[in-house]
Design a protein around this ligand. Structure first.
Ligand code: GLN
Length: 311
């Protein structure tokens, strides 16, 4: 009997998948029209341990666009590429309490933090400062090192967001007005929209999160992708702002640094333990995956993983 041979963690993930498959609350994002084509029933879960073992359940190899889950990795990359002083003088680290697409900036007219669109667009601009027209390729390759494999782009989602992304254009123009962006706004947004259109799976998300949990070393490939400084500061902003205007509730209830994306992904990184990736495209009103939140809540409760309850 194969079920009897499954590890307790494997059985727990299978049970989560079965239990939450019946959850049909929330709605697939359609403000980027192409995202509306996602199959709302897709549901994949993956968990990567820091010793490099990867568990997978359901649609764990189904590709979806990374969207805002790119933000922590591009922030970490910016810290290492441009130096912390440069990045930290351009982008704040305060939670905004606002939705991800808020056009509100902080008192200095800088982004509140790198996890909301304003801060992420500023990160993309910083990478362009260092890498010029090679910026997107530089980001794509770095995201691939976090995932442990080469990642592609969903050109249809990119075109769809470019065609409808006026709110992000408004944010980028405000950042140019306050000097955070010095570059051509359309070139910065091309990098940002492309980085949001990178295709990942739940498995990739788990390995990417596990790389953050493992001091920046990908536990599957063994590659040091970013520095420990970039990792700890990235996990800090994921803790305070990764789930947008749900961040307080999230860190209180789940207690694991995490980041969501409107493609339906959530990744969570518990330092020195594991990375979790989930994919289910039905979102709540904050833009967070409904089933993904349930998986993280259940995992945290079952294994007592709240990061402030460590012994
Ligand atoms: N590309 C999306 C946007 O800028 C990312 C938002 C998200 O995933 N929360 O609106």
């Amino acid at each position: 009997d194969w079920a009897a041979l499954k590890s307790p963690l494997r059985r727990f993930l299978d049970a989560c998948h079965a239990d939450f498959s019946v959850e049909t609350g929330g709605a697939v994002a359609n403000y980027i029209p192409e995202l509306g084509k996602a199959d709302p029933n897709h549901f994949g879960i993956s968990l990567a341990t820091i010793d490099g073992y990867v568990y997978e359940v359901g649609d764990s190899r189904e590709p979806f666009t990374i969207q805002s889950m790119s933000k922590p990795f591009v922030f970490a990359l910016a810290l290492d590429t441009l130096g912390a002083d440069h990045v930290e003088s351009a982008i704040g680290v305060e939670p905004s309490g606002d939705p991800f697409n808020s056009i509100r900036l902080d008192a200095n007219n800088h982004p509140f933090n790198p996890m909301v669109n304003a801060g992420a667009i500023a990160c993309s601009a910083l990478i362009r400062e260092a890498e010029g027209d090679g910026a997107f390729e530089y980001i794509r390759q770095a995201l691939g090192r976090f995932a442990g494999r080469e990642l592609g782009v969903d050109e249809a989602v990119f075109a769809s967001e470019s065609a409808t992304g006026d709110r992000n254009r408004a944010i980028a123009y405000m950042l140019r007005n306050s000097g955070v962006i010095k570059d051509d706004v359309s070139k910065v947004l091309e990098v940002y929209f492309r980085q949001c259109s990178v295709l990942v799976t739940a498995r990739d998300s788990a390995v990417m999160a596990a790389t953050l949990a493992n001091h920046g070393i990908n536990p599957v490939t063994g590659e040091q992708v970013v520095t420990p400084y970039a990792v700890s500061r990235t996990l800090s902003v994921m803790t305070s702002s990764g789930m947008y205007d749900y961040a307080g509730e999230w860190i209180y209830r789940v207690g694991i640094p995490a980041k969501s994306g409107v493609g339906g992904g959530i990744l969570a990184a518990l330092p020195a333990r594991l990375g979790l990736g989930s994919y289910s495209p039905r979102l709540d009103s904050h833009g967070n995956s409904v089933r993904g939140i349930k998986v993280c809540e259940a995992l945290s409760a079952h294994y007592d993983l709240h990061m402030l309850n460590r012994s």
